[in-house]
Design a protein around this ligand. Structure first.
Ligand code: GDP
Ligand code: MG
Length: 288
């Protein structure tokens, strides 16, 4: 039996969440085309009883510590670096891969690492070979071209990971999928819909807190607060005559019901808390 921790690193938008979802086969990490969607480390387990258990972590993208929130993201990236058995360094092969590969070199990883070139469904075979050659001669144990979207070469990636994992017993029960509570995923799904419906700074300045998660006889009652910085943002989230918040509620409810396989009653409140992102106390309260 082999078991261990595998962390997925890469710039925002490289496809880390998509890859994690593809490997696990459940909607574990929210996926969005906007950057910085993933604020937490998400752990997800892939187990084949008697053969292997892989504990994957999706890490927030590597970014400048501009705000306290970002500093925390960087800290969690470092923590992730230090406790992995295998690191997956994910690069978007369709753009600035050279810069990304250089950044991976600078990380000076002590753990075995695999360079994963993603989004190769958008590239011709010749171009893929060319990029692979750019990365040759570095400390990567292996360079694998994949598509997280079309699942190309995910079997090869999985086999390579298992090869590099240490021998050991499973850390978690074989039927467990994650160490995070359901509540967390529900909050993330609402946040995903905020990303879908609103533009510019709104998604980045929004936090979602689940205040109530009660299983009743025929449904689950969920009450969530959506925290924004300013009154003007609250007005945008509400929309004319409450049009937008209603739409947000419907989209979120559908997504959560699909995930929980149960009917839910969802109540959303919008609250204004100026500068929550620079406030240590509030960051802690919101779970960052
Ligand atoms: P993250 O920020 O690294 O977690 O990136 P996401 O997983 O959220 O993906 C960012 C965007 O890239 C999304 O629009 C994905 O659908 C897209 N994407 C991810 N993997 C692939 C891939 O293999 N091929 C293509 N064409 N798009 C991808
Ligand atoms: Mg992500």
């Amino acid at each position: 039996m082999k078991s261990g921790f595998v962390n997925i690193f890469g710039k925002p938008n490289a496809g880390k969440s998509t890859l994690l979802n593809a490997l696990i086969g459940e909607k574990m990490a929210i996926v969005s085309s906007k950057v910085q969607t993933t604020r937490h480390r998400i752990k997800a387990f892939l187990t084949k009883p008697g053969e292997y258990q892989i504990i994957f972590s999706d890490t927030p993208g590597i970014i400048e510590p501009k705000y306290k929130l970002h500093e925390r993201m960087m800290q969690s990236v470092k923590t992730a670096l230090e406790d992995a058995d295998v690191a997956l360094l994910l690069a978007d092969a369709t753009k600035d891969f050279a810069e990304t590969i250089e950044m991976f070199r600078q990380l000076r990883l002590k753990v075995p690492s695999i360079l994963v070139l993603n989004k190769t469904d958008k590239l011709k075979a010749g171009k893929i070979e060319e990029i692979k050659q750019t990365a040759e001669g570095s400390s990567f144990k292996k360079i694998i071209d994949i598509s997280a979207l079309t699942h190309k070469n995910l079997d090869i990636l999985l086999a390579t990971i298992i090869e590099l994992l240490p021998e050991g017993e499973a850390f978690y029960d074989e039927d467990e999928l994650t160490d995070l509570p359901t509540k967390f995923f529900v909050g993330e799904m609402i946040r995903e819909k905020v990303y879908e419906l609103f533009s510019e700074e709104i998604p980045y300045q929004t936090a979602v807190i689940i205040n109530e998660f009660k299983e009743k006889e025929s449904l689950i009652k969920i009450q969530a607060d959506i925290i924004v910085h300013r009154e003007s943002q609250k007005a945008i989230l509400l929309g004319e005559g409450g049009k937008m918040i209603k739409q947000l509620g419907t989209l979120s409810r559908n997504e959560i019901e699909k995930f929980l396989q149960q009917k839910i009653f969802l109540q959303l409140f919008i609250k204004v808390k100026p500068k929550w992102r620079d406030d240590d106390f509030k960051l802690k309260e919101y779970g960052y």
